[in-house]
Design a protein around this ligand. Structure first.
Ligand SMILES: Cc1cc2nc3c(=O)[nH]c(=O)nc-3n(C[C@H](O)[C@H](O)[C@H](O)COP(=O)(O)OP(=O)(O)OC[C@H]3O[C@@H](n4cnc5c(N)ncnc54)[C@H](O)[C@@H]3O)c2cc1C
Length: 455
């Protein structure tokens, strides 16, 4: 049954699970993905050592790509100013467009010195250590004293990388800088288990005493921190003494001072008070500032949507229908505020809709829920004759010779698995597009070279 074609932009968990649901309803699905490989942050964000989880997700993604009515174009970013624009997609006449491009924009605080060397966004940094091109080949050097701003699971992943798995010389001191206090940590206990052995218990207790009076203003009691938030405090640290993890609470960065080489050397911070607003605590800046010594600073404060994709964008996100009659459906519909109407047939799902919100399961739920509205729309939408995947491939091939099809992804997987086996490692990744494309080519030539009888 061919009911027409829907385009999905982005092949992270949201895009792939959306594609599966649309394809299962009998539509052709054509996916355009920026990266060579599918998977998005499941491939390039989730911690490298979580092999089991990554492998499980890859298997599910492979099955989705194997669906006969799903076409994949990797290495095909959709950008306002690129080879492939939203306008091009529309010319191919899809019944609907589902944007699942994740949150690829960087949240900037707009403070002086933000562009100094050694200052990174967590997204770029995790892309780097998960080997996503081009980040994998860029300078993400860290020094001896690293600050990570934020208290979520991404902070824990980055601290874990720096203290445990990073090859070469590791930092001596990783400091978590947080605008609120110990009761507002956002990470999961089982994630922190990977780094608790580095937590300097004595320094942590001193820090609790430093902020005691200010958090007491919100009826928080530091004596409950070990019991309620940091159970690890009840046992000694076991990590080698030359690497330690500490926290600096009620602290917000306000400026970065670079050294003579343009690398961060000091972070100016402001001390915060903690205030209660309704049920939630808020950080309120005082006028007291302090200079802290750091040679590396990583912002793990969440991301925003990428403004360059070419769909309506405002305040860090794609604009969705403000309609309050059916807010659930409206929240997935892309809205043209200038024209004052919905961009018909354009939808946004996953982290593209709500940046940095939740784990893979949540992105999947969001995508599948969004697709319910897409499918409903398609029931009454005008029928259209869309370009076929072959026509699209031919058109794209006029502009680029490095498109990646789903068969190519399978060949790349074979090449990377062979490399992993040869190196006796659980996984291997090529870290440039050139290497990936060359490996695909080599696999193609290899399979052509096998005599028919042996194949
Ligand atoms: C550091 C980190 C660690 C995490 N660890 C875990 C974990 O352990 N467990 C867990 O369940 N979840 C984890 N998550 C969360 C999980 O990765 C996300 O919930 C999920 O990946 C979001 O899916 P998404 O498809 O919306 O976005 P993404 O995964 O970001 O996928 C976006 C896709 O869109 C593509 N794209 C981007 N721009 C364009 C464009 N212009 N044109 C075409 N394609 C484009 C990208 O190539 C990518 O394939 C982690 C997230 C981070 C940041």
């Amino acid at each position: 049954m061919d009911r027409g074609t829907v385009f999905v932009v982005g092949a992270g968990p949201a895009g792939l699970f959306a594609a599966r649901k649309i394809a299962s309803a009998g539509y052709q699905v054509v996916i355009f993905n920026r990266d060579v490989k599918p998977g998005g942050l499941a491939e390039y964000g989730i911690y490298p050592e979580k092999h089991h989880m990554k492998q499980g997700l890859r298997k599910q993604f492979t099955k989705i790509l194997e669906m006969p009515n799903v076409t994949y174009f990797g290495n095909a970013p959709v950008r306002e100013t690129g080879v492939l624009r939203v306008g091009d997609l529309r010319q191919w006449n899809p019944l609907a467009l589902v944007f699942a491009v994740g949150a690829q924009g960087t949240k900037k605080l707009g403070m002086p010195g933000e562009d100094a060397r050694g200052v990174y966004s967590a997204k770029d940094y995790v892309f780097y250590y998960n080997q996503l091109p081009p980040f994998a080949s860029q300078d993400f050097s860290s020094g001896r004293r690293v600050a990570i701003v934020g208290m979520g699971n991404v902070m824990v992943d980055i601290a874990r990388w720096l203290l445990v798995d990073m090859p070469g010389e590791k930092p001596e001191e990783v400091t978590v800088v947080a605008r609120r206090g110990p009761f507002e940590v956002k990470f999961d206990e089982k994630e922190f288990d990977h780094i608790e052995m580095f937590l300097d218990r004595q320094v942590f207790q001193e820090e609790l005493r430093r902020v005691d009076e200010r958090i007491r203003a919100c009826n928080q009691d530091i004596s409950q921190v070990p019991e309620k938030i940091f159970p690890w405090l009840n046992k000694p640290a076991t990590a080698p003494g030359n690497r330690r993890l500490s926290f600096r609470f009620l602290t917000s960065p306000v400026a970065i001072e670079p050294d003579a080489n343009g690398r961060i050397s000091k972070l100016k911070v402001v001390e915060n008070n903690l205030v209660l607003e309704g049920d939630t605590t808020k950080a309120k800046a005082t006028d007291k500032t302090t200079l802290l010594d750091f040679d590396t600073l990583i912002f793990a404060i969440g991301d925003v949507a990428d403004p360059t994709v070419g769909i309506p964008y405002a305040k860090g996100g794609y604009v969705t229908n403000p309609d309050t009659v059916e807010p659930d459906r409206a929240a997935y519909e892309v809205f043209d505020a200038q024209a004052g109407k919905v961009l018909e047939g354009h939808y946004v799902v996953g982290w593209a809709r709500k940046a940095s919100e939740g784990l893979v399961g949540k992105a999947r739920f969001d995508a599948e829920h969004g697709v319910d509205f897409v499918l409903k729309y398609l029931e009454s939408a005008a029928k259209k004759l869309s370009a076929t995947p072959e026509q699209i491939a031919r058109e794209l091939a006029r502009h680029t010779d490095s498109l990646v099809a789903k068969q190519d992804v399978a060949l790349l997987t074979l090449a990377e698995e062979a490399k992993a086996r040869a190196a006796n490692r659980p996984a291997f990744k090529f870290s440039t597009n050139q290497e990936m494309l060359a490996a695909i080519q080599k696999e193609k030539e290899g399979s052509r070279a096998i005599p028919k009888a042996a194949a």
